[in-house]
Each structure stands twice: as structure tokens, then as C-alpha cells.
Design a protein around this ligand. Sequence first.
Ligand code: HEM
Length: 426
Amino acid sequence: MQDRRTLDSIRVDHPAPPHVPKDRVVDMAFAMGGVPNDLVDPYAPFEWLAGPEIPRLLYNMPPQAGLGAVAGTGNGNWVVTHYQDIDRVYTDNECFSNLGAAAFQLLIGETFRSIPLGVDPPEHSKYRMYLMPYFSPARISRDLEPRIREVVVEMIEAIADKGEADIAWDFARVYPVRIFMGLMGFPAPMFEQFLDWEWDILHSNSLEKMQAALRGVLQFLRGFMAEKEANPDEHLVSAIVNGRIDGRAPTEEEKIGMVWFLWLGGLDTVAATISQMFRRMALQPEIQHQLRGHPELINGAVEEFLRTQPILSSVRTAAKDFEWHGVHIKKGDGISCLIPAGNFDAARFENPRLFDPARTGNRHFTFVAGIHVCLGAHLARRELRLLLEEWFRRIPEFRVKPGADTTVYPGLLSIRNLPLVWDLTT
Ligand code: HEM
């Protein structure tokens, strides 16, 4: 199945704000990760949006405002699809703000900010500096890599002799969350409850479920933080609540803002990436052969999996009125960066649809760019690299189990179940 959408086919005449030219108004729901497909490269349907003939600014006007309002997407927003423009949105902090981003907590009347994502410069750097040391490559190598390798080897060895596994449910869903919970110091028995809460907040589309989950998780986090203030340990939550920002103790709002946003950002982002990575390798076995034969390409392959599977797009708000590409942007307008288009912009990436682990200068936007570049990016990369290294050492060529559904959402929803099989060596 190839996607046949064109600009004309996505134009709509929903009432947009008066400063938006009518010919820019489109319905982009198909590109926001909520419409599944069964393509080997599930992001292929969005590449055309970065084409030279496409107007540099479109305006997404969904049929009705919904819960997306929390993420700034419910009442319509500009959509940026070309690499160069996405780069400007992430790096021009005078025109584009992230103030109040990911404030799901507003749904239950909580007013603390999601830190550091929902904070603008110059304040942002204070929090970034506070958290960054725990996520630096050197710290990951020293403190986390041995444990990551131990967990991944244990998990691979538990399935190697079975000849099959549901890579999405039993592996991708579990492995990064085990690492994250260990890093934060969260109790392992909270695993299923955390994932249930997160599912309800991000994917249930039910206000009641979102509110119940938010109450549950915030109550848990606050209780857990209080416990770590009374009895500190060597893990990250303890370091956050007992540390010093600018020479003073962090406020209650700062503490919950940081712990809550790490909780939200750290749970299923790597999981979705792993599921899609294995799906791609199962459907395109030449990638397996290439990496098995050339383990030195694994680092480049991780970057290429990230570029070709951008699981999130992100929204900014115009910080002031300004003109851009001939249209008027008003202070407060939402601006969504369509990473699944920008990462395939032929003006930036040669042969963009080609999965090429030897690609150089692979500066994609899967972790965005600029000051809000993903804090967990080095950790995520390390988890993916160690997984591939250890997997190819223990598991022969794998394929999708005959009859299994390979439909995937090209986004965070990703794929819930993906049974893989391989031959057992005697
Ligand atoms: C493959 C996995 C991951 C992907 C694709 C991903 C993606 C992203 C993206 C796109 C942003 C920027 C959002 C925006 O600017 O609107 C972001 C920010 C962030 N991510 Fe990740 N993330 C991943 C893993 C992680 C992990 C494992 C953690 C924590 C353990 C984490 C923590 C954060 C934090 C704290 C920020 C906010 C940074 C700031 O505002 O300065 N991420 N991530």
C-alpha cells in the first residue's frame, strides 16, 4: 500500500484564524502518528511534505478541538515540514517558545511546570545544568553501561533457546523501562502500574482516564520523593530532591516538575524505537546481514534507525508577531515541527529513504535540536547500541512469525505486539 495523498487532498475549509491564508489550511491528522500502515518504511507517506513544491508553512486545522489542546495542537497550528525551517524553530529562541509544554497536569488543576521541557531560556539552562551530569556519555559509560549490558544479555538469553519472542511486548516494552527505573531508583513492582498510567495519559484519549492516571502518578511521585528526602539513596530521584540549584534547595514545584517530566519522557520512547527497529530488520533482512557482518556499523545504524523512525513531533509557540515565508505569524500561534518530513528532506539528506548505516553528518531531528535536545539521547543511543551488539551475538537471522500483524503506527503508539521467530541451532 503506498500513500497517495497530495496537498490538494489534505486541504480543508475548516474555519482557521483570520491571519491564516486559506490555501494553507490542511488536515494533517494522517501525519501525526495516529494512522497506522503496513509499509516496510512506515514513514514513507510523509516525505513529500518536505518537497520543494510544498509551501513552507501549512496550517493544520483538525475538525474539532480536543484534548490535544494540552499539547498546543487542539485549536489548529502552523506546521513546518522542511529541514531548514525545523532547524530555525528549534534554535531561534527569540521567536519560538516552549513555555508550558507537556503540561498534562493542568487537566487536574496542577500548575507546576514540566521541567526542563516547558521552560524557556535563560531559566532553562539552570535546570538543564542541574540534570545534565546524570545523562552525560561519560556518566552513562561509568555508572550505567555495565548494568544495561547485564539486563540486555539476561533478557536475550532468556529467549534465545525458544526460537521466538514477542519483541514489542515482552522485550521492547520491558528492557528500557527496567533501565530507567533502576536509574531513577523506582521500585521494580511499580512497572505495570507505571505503564498503565502512561498509556492512559498519552494514548487513552479519555479525559477521565487521563485525570485518574495523573492523580495516581503525581501522588505516587510525591510520596516517593518525600521518602527519598528522608532516606536518600544513590539514585537519581534522590539526587534531584536533595541537590542544590543556584546554591539553594529546589522548591516543591521544581522537584515535582523535574521528576514528573523525567517519568513521562523516560518510559516508552525507547520502547517504541526498539519495536520499530526490529520490525524494520525483520521485514528487510539485508539490514540484519549487513550489521551482523559489520558490527562496526552498529553506531551508524542506531543513528539511522533514529532518523528513519522519528517517534515524536513537537510543538512550539510563537513568542511574538513576525513575518515568515510571506505569512504573518501571531504571538501565541502554535508551530508544529513535522519531524517525519524533515528527517527525509532531500535538500538535507542524500537519498533520504535509503537506510544507510554509513551515512555521515546524520544530524536528524528525532531528538530535536537546540536547547531542548533530548536529555536522554545518549542513554537511548547506548541502550539501542548494546541491544544490537548483544542480540547479533546470540540470535541468528529472525523474521516475523507467519501470520502476525505487522501494522504499525508511525509514532509513539508504534506497535504493541510483534512476534518474531528464528531457527534454533542444534
Ligand atoms: C529514543 C528515545 C527517545 C526519543 C525519540 C526522545 C525524544 C525527545 C524529544 C523529541 C524531545 C524534545 C521535545 C520537544 O522539544 O518538544 C525530548 C526531550 C527530552 N527527553 Fe527525550 N526521547 C527519548 C528518550 C528519552 C529518555 C530515555 C529520557 C530520560 C531518561 C528522556 C528525557 C527527555 C527530557 C528530560 C527532555 C527535555 C529536555 C529539555 O527540555 O531540555 N528522553 N526527547
